[in-house]
Write a protein that binds this ligand. Structure first.
Ligand code: NDP
Ligand code: ZN
Length: 355
């Protein structure tokens, strides 16, 4: 068996390079080699916050585009040499959870999230994809490797925030957090017809990008409470919908307070720490305010990749502003990961081209 190298979480707080056996390709699986990889804030939560618990020698990463290296005997639509979009979430499509409409929880809560959670991730010379026909998508020829990486997680997660908040034509929408995920929530809310988008965040590069994606008003969580600023900007009425793509367990209280009765909250933030989320009793209509709170992991799979890829390849969605830092070569993975942890003012998303 040949050996492959991967950049791994050795244990909580300690990343490093390791060697592993090349994975085994089952009949419906594919083995792929990354063309480019992107670092996610979730890698930071997992590695430094230990947000999903201890992991030993687990290869990190779930965002990449790749070239197929090997396929199993039952794979119909992909062959070695095909360039592919790879979703961060790769469900088991035969599972009962997938049949119930929640493929991201196939096999258990969040278990559609396999890369860098329950198996080795994509920061590896070769990585394994389950259910290749159901999870991979052919990479459209006019999408660059950097942009393709944004389709693994940033676009599907940000857009899922807009779905969870059920954005309707004319809605006034608050997007809390405008890192790369929140920026895609702004873009998603805009595409779904929001009339006004209030964006919460401070990094100047993100603020500038949010303007480009359709944000109309800006709020700094560093300048007092979010809800007070929202109420001031909306003549005391609040917003129809809230998408949470940043902050912490306390952010939900602000979202509930900023929301009109009958409003909906869509959370895609990965809550890395804190025991409980508290909901303010009075502003939640003493239990009767019809303020819905939804939180979800992005849906993965091939159909979603193809549809979101089509939005990018047709020019309806420009994801190029997200890749603020582009490096060449595996040796830069570590630098990119530490950048994502430290979040300098000019960072949106680091990408590393590895082929
Ligand atoms: P970033 O850290 O780049 O962005 C976070 C945003 O939240 C920034 O705009 C930041 O502002 C803002 N923020 C920070 N603190 C607060 C606060 N106290 N109140 C309000 N806003 C605040 O993260 P990403 O965009 O990369 O990711 C966002 C989240 O989504 C992460 O938790 C990530 O793990 C999660 N995620 C979830 C997935 C899913 O499937 N549900 C998949 C992928 C990611 P500032 O400009 O000041 O930095
Ligand atoms: Zn991610």
């Amino acid at each position: 068996m040949s050996k492959i190298k991967g950049y791994a979480m050795l244990k909580i707080g300690q990343p490093g390079w390791i060697e592993k056996e090349r994975p085994v390709c089952g009949p419906t699986d594919a083995l792929c080699k990354p063309l480019a990889i992107a670092i996610c804030t979730s890698d930071v939560h997992t590695l430094w916050e230990g947000a999903i618990g201890e992991r030993h020698n687990l290869v990190l990463g779930h965002e990449c585009c790749a070239v197929v290296d090997e396929v199993g005997s039952l794979v119909k639509d992909f062959k070695p040499g095909d360039k592919v979009l790879v979703p961060a979430i790769t469900p088991d499509w035969n599972s009962l959870e997938a049949q119930a409409g929640y493929s991201m929880h196939s096999g258990g809560m969040l278990a559609g999230w396999k890369f860098s959670n329950i198996k080795d991730g994509v920061f590896s010379e070769v990585f394994h994809v389950n259910d290749a026909d159901g999870n991979l998508a052919h990479l459209p020829a006019n999408i660059s490797p950097e942009d393709a990486c944004m389709l693994s997680d940033m676009v599907p997660t940000g857009f899922h925030g807009a779905e969870l908040a059920d954005i309707q034509f004319g809605d006034i929408v608050l997007v809390i957090g405008i890192g790369p995920v929140g920026l895609m929530s702004v873009a998603g809310a805009n595409l779904r017809g929001a009339s006004r988008i209030l964006a919460v965040g401070t990094r100047p590069k993100c603020v500038e990008a949010a303007k480009g994606y359709g944000a109309s008003d800006f709020i700094s969580y560093k300048n007092g409470s979010i809800e007070e600023q929202v109420l001031e900007l909306t003549d005391g009425k609040g917003v129809d919908k809230v998408i949470i793509a940043g902050g912490n367990v306390d952010t939900f209280a602000s979202a509930v307070k900023a929301l009109k009765p009958g409003g909906k909250i869509g959370n895609v933030n990965y809550l890395g720490s804190g025991l409980n989320i508290s909901i303010p009793r009075v502003e939640w209509g003493v239990g009767m305010g019809h303020k819905q709170i939804n939180g979800g992991l992005m849906p993965g799979g091939r159909l979603r990749m193809e549809k979101l890829g089509a939005l990018v390849s047709s020019g309806r969605l420009d994801v190029s502003p997200l890749s603020s830092h582009v490096f060449n070569g595996w040796e830069n993975v570590e630098k990119a990961l530490f950048l994502m942890r430290d979040k300098p003012a000019d960072l949106i998303k680091p990408v590393v081209k590895v082929a």
